[in-house]
Design a protein around this ligand. Structure first.
Ligand SMILES: Cc1cc2nc3c(=O)[nH]c(=O)nc-3n(C[C@H](O)[C@H](O)[C@H](O)COP(=O)(O)OP(=O)(O)OC[C@H]3O[C@@H](n4cnc5c(N)ncnc54)[C@H](O)[C@@H]3O)c2cc1C
Ligand SMILES: *[C@@H]1O[C@H](CO)[C@@H](O)[C@H](O)[C@H]1NC(C)=O
Ligand SMILES: *[C@@H]1O[C@H](CO)[C@@H](O)[C@H](O)[C@H]1NC(C)=O
Ligand SMILES: *[C@@H]1O[C@H](CO)[C@@H](O)[C@H](O)[C@H]1NC(C)=O
Ligand SMILES: *[C@@H]1O[C@H](CO)[C@@H](O)[C@H](O)[C@H]1NC(C)=O
Ligand SMILES: *[C@@H]1O[C@H](CO)[C@@H](O)[C@H](O)[C@H]1NC(C)=O
Ligand SMILES: *[C@@H]1O[C@H](CO)[C@@H](O)[C@H](O)[C@H]1NC(C)=O
Ligand SMILES: *[C@@H]1O[C@H](CO)[C@@H](O)[C@H](O)[C@H]1NC(C)=O
Length: 619
């Protein structure tokens, strides 16, 4: 039977506030549980790992029998799922249901449907677009890159059984939380998926001590989403850095590669807040990692990438008092046919670009004031452009922010953008209550570059940087998404500054993203062509910022130098930890540390797609 272990020193003053019980979630797998079923046995450290050429695949000789899947399901108390892709209702066959299809097609994207679905991911191309929601769909719905079986985990023991079964049975394992990953890291053909979505425990800890930290903390399950954490903040009067995108995980992949949000230039990244991490390692054991215990994992799990070293089950994070933000926006357009009261429109393209250069130069001022901005510059065709930016300043008064913005508006006026500092500035709470937000499918693909401070300190280098950005929008036709963020070591504090997050974050000013379309209808040849096209423009960015990094979570699985770009100098140490902790290669996802030993063999050659069998790269 399951043994219930209380993972907390009883002396800690803790308030359990969630419906999902923390002790129930913490229940671990015991050797006794595994004794009758060899397929879920823990790894034997004395036995060297034997790793096959390819992972098992439905139909392969080593694919587990139905009987073994049934036994796994019994071990999981019936929590093993074998779901159909949700859009199967749109295709001819047993699942066809025109009413359900209509509802899916019209409404799923306006709701939380895809996050609550065990298979779905928001970037369809990564799965192979094999079962796209469509009215009057042609062809067949196939499973493609979606997992075959899913462990609907609600306890640590479920995660352990899933990891042990995958390792012992040579299965491809994926971990899915919200399915937001832009690079297909939460899907995989022929896989068993551990779905962390229902690990939702939450606990507020008024006093917590760990190393140099003493203060408030929260402990929550790996499946909590940003909006749920904001709701707890609003209810219990604390703040924790969380994603601006409210459907993103409050832990999961967001945290695993950094995790930015509105407090990132003030308190640091998501992973900078961790005081202790609870996880299941590749050998199937449940471990606690902090600055003193399993410190290698504590380092790697704070920014060294998801789906690599362990499955995180819960995390203890620093918590701060409630905080206010002053939020303001600026909208400028060029040559557009429409106007609006809040948007300034110029009919002079050069004035527009000069204004853009002025704005982006100002990013350094925003981050130095502890703020963050979030902008889109979109080419609308025929030399028309829209620009909008939302700036947020934590712990500042309206008067402070008016003063900070004054030079920006003065400079904009000087170049012909006749706007004044907004008069309606006011502080508002960082944490506000929300209902489950909508999460639509997103058929785009991000490329990233974390542009460093030195590109702002030097006029000539800034001009070169901005010229590269302009060309990618004006000539390339791509949308630019900029995030001015400065999670320096100073703001990260202890233990944040000791984590494995991409060092590029520590001296970055503008996380710059080039958004390319990646619609489901693209053929493999077209996808290859598109990769080549956008890389021409990314190359200009790289030339302006040699050695700069990129954010894996909003970056490209096709990033040419992904080791250097996503991990920087941390790569060698992270690889050592990966090899020590996971010699079986149980955890695999594209561009994660050590992932170059394996490749996905697709039938159609579609680049970076997860719709194929996972095999070792031939030496
Ligand atoms: C609409 C939208 C808004 C976004 N907003 C922001 C933002 O404000 N700030 C920001 O920094 N990023 C943002 N992102 C990017 C986001 O950080 C990434 O998509 C990230 O991968 C999401 O993590 P997840 O756990 O929610 O998603 P998933 O796709 O489920 O997981 C992502 C990766 O993490 C792994 N993983 C998940 N859970 C675990 C676990 N418990 N243990 C080990 N590995 C795990 C998965 O295997 C996968 O490799 C946004 C993305 C979208 C689509
Ligand atoms: C697992 O067991 C539950 C409960 O018995 C059942 O509803 C479910 O369909 C089973 N899963 C699979 C994949 O067979
Ligand atoms: C769909 O599946 C059916 C039955 O397996 C098959 O006959 C048909 O050719 C398939 N259609 C396409 C477009 O692949
Ligand atoms: C997964 O488990 C949760 C918690 O028990 C449950 O509410 C949910 O319905 C399950 N999901 C599926 C698809 O079975
Ligand atoms: C949070 O603060 C508000 C206002 O000060 C107070 O009314 C409320 O009781 C507090 N909530 C908790 C859980 O302490
Ligand atoms: C731009 O042109 C439109 C009509 O084409 C005009 O209405 C508008 O006033 C012009 N804007 C400026 C700032 O000159
Ligand atoms: C651009 O202008 C041409 C010629 O006036 C017109 O045919 C075309 O539709 C325009 N494109 C867009 C995207 O507005
Ligand atoms: C917030 O601002 C106030 C007033 O300037 C200052 O006293 C306080 O220390 C700031 N809080 C933090 C966490 O920096």
């Amino acid at each position: 039977m399951w043994s219930l272990r209380f993972m907390y020193p009883a002396a800690l003053l803790a308030t359990l506030v969630s419906g999902a019980s923390l002790t129930e979630e913490a229940a671990e797998l015991t050797a006794e549980d595994t004794s009758g079923f060899g397929a879920i046995k823990f790894a034997d450290a004395a036995k060297p790992p034997k790793v096959a050429q390819c992972r098992a695949f439905p139909g392969s000789d080593d694919w587990p029998s139905d009987c073994q899947w049934r036994r796994l399901n019994a071990t999981l108390h019936g929590r093993l799922l074998n779901p159909d892709p949700p859009a199967a209702v749109c295709y001819q066959g047993d699942n066809y249901d025109s009413a359900k299809c209509r509802d899916l097609f019209l409404n799923a994207g306006d709701s939380h449907f895809y996050i609550d679905d065990p298979l779905s991911v928001l970037s369809q191309w990564t799965q192979g677009s094999t079962c796209k929601p469509a009215l009057n769909a042609q062809g067949n719905c196939t499973r493609g890159g979606f997992p075959v079986y899913v462990v609907n985990a609600t306890r640590v023991a479920d995660v352990q059984a899933g990891v042990n079964f995958a390792r012992n049975k040579n299965l491809r394992l994926v971990i899915k939380n919200t399915g937001h990953d832009f690079g297909g890291r939460s899907v995989g053909a022929g896989s068993l998926s551990i779905w962390t979505h229902h690990l939702k425990s939450f606990e507020f800890i008024p006093e917590y001590k760990q190393g140099e930290y003493s203060g408030m903390a929260v402990k929550y399950g790996a499946g909590l989403e940003a909006w749920e954490l904001y709701n707890y903040m609003a209810e219990y009067n604390f703040s924790v850095p969380a994603a601006g995108g409210r459907t993103v995980g409050a832990n999961g992949g967001w945290f695993a590669s950094g995790g930015h949000g509105n407090l990132a230039s003030f308190y640091g990244l998501g992973c900078d807040q961790a005081l202790e991490i609870h996880a299941v390692t590749a050998d199937g054991r449940a471990v606690v990692a902090n600055s003193e215990t399993n410190s290698d994992l504590f380092y790697a799990l704070r920014g060294g990438g998801g789906s690599t070293y362990a499955v995180v089950t819960s995390v203890v994070m620093k918590a701060y008092p409630p905080i206010n933000l002053v939020v303001t926006s600026l909208i400028v357009s060029a040559n557009t046919g429409t106007t609006s009261a809040s948007a300034y429109r110029t009919n002079d393209t050069e004035v527009f670009w000069t204004a853009m250069s002025t704005y982006f130069r100002f990013s350094a001022v925003v981050v130095d004031a502890g703020g963050v901005d979030w902008s889109y510059l979109t080419p609308m065709g025929n030399d028309t452009y829209n620009f909008n930016v939302r700036m947020t300043f934590p712990n500042r008064t309206a008067e402070d922010v008016a003063e900070i913005l004054e030079p920006l508006y003065r400079d904009l006026k000087a170049v012909g953008i006749d706007l004044d500092v907004p008069e309606d500035l006011k502080a508002q709470p960082y944490a506000t209550h929300t209902e489950a937000p909508a999460a639509p499918l997103a058929d785009t693909r991000y490329r990233s570059r974390i542009l460093p401070r030195k590109n702002w300190d030097d006029d000539e280098l800034f001009a070169k940087t901005f010229a590269a950005i302009r060309e990618s929008i004006e000539v390339g036709g791509y949308t630019f998404h900029g995030l001015a963020i400065a999670p320096t070591k100073e703001v990260a504090g202890w233990p944040g500054k000791t984590g494995a997050v991409n060092p590029a974050w520590r001296n970055g000013v503008l996380h710059s993203i080039l958004i390319g379309p990646q619609p489901p209808g693209l053929t493999a040849e077209q996808a290859v062509q598109e990769e080549e096209n956008i890389q021409k423009y990314m190359e200009l960015w790289r030339e302006a910022s040699p050695g700069a990094g990129a954010y894996m979570n909003e970056g490209d699985p096709g990033e040419p130098d992904w080791k250097g770009a996503f991990f920087g100098d941390n790569y060698p140490r992270l690889l050592e930890i990966k090899e020590k902790r996971d010699p079986w290669g149980v955890f695999w996802a594209a561009t994660t540390v050590g992932s170059d030993k394996w490749e996905v063999r697709t039938e159609d050659g579609y680049p970076r797609s997860q719709n194929g069998r996972l095999c070792r790269v031939k030496a």
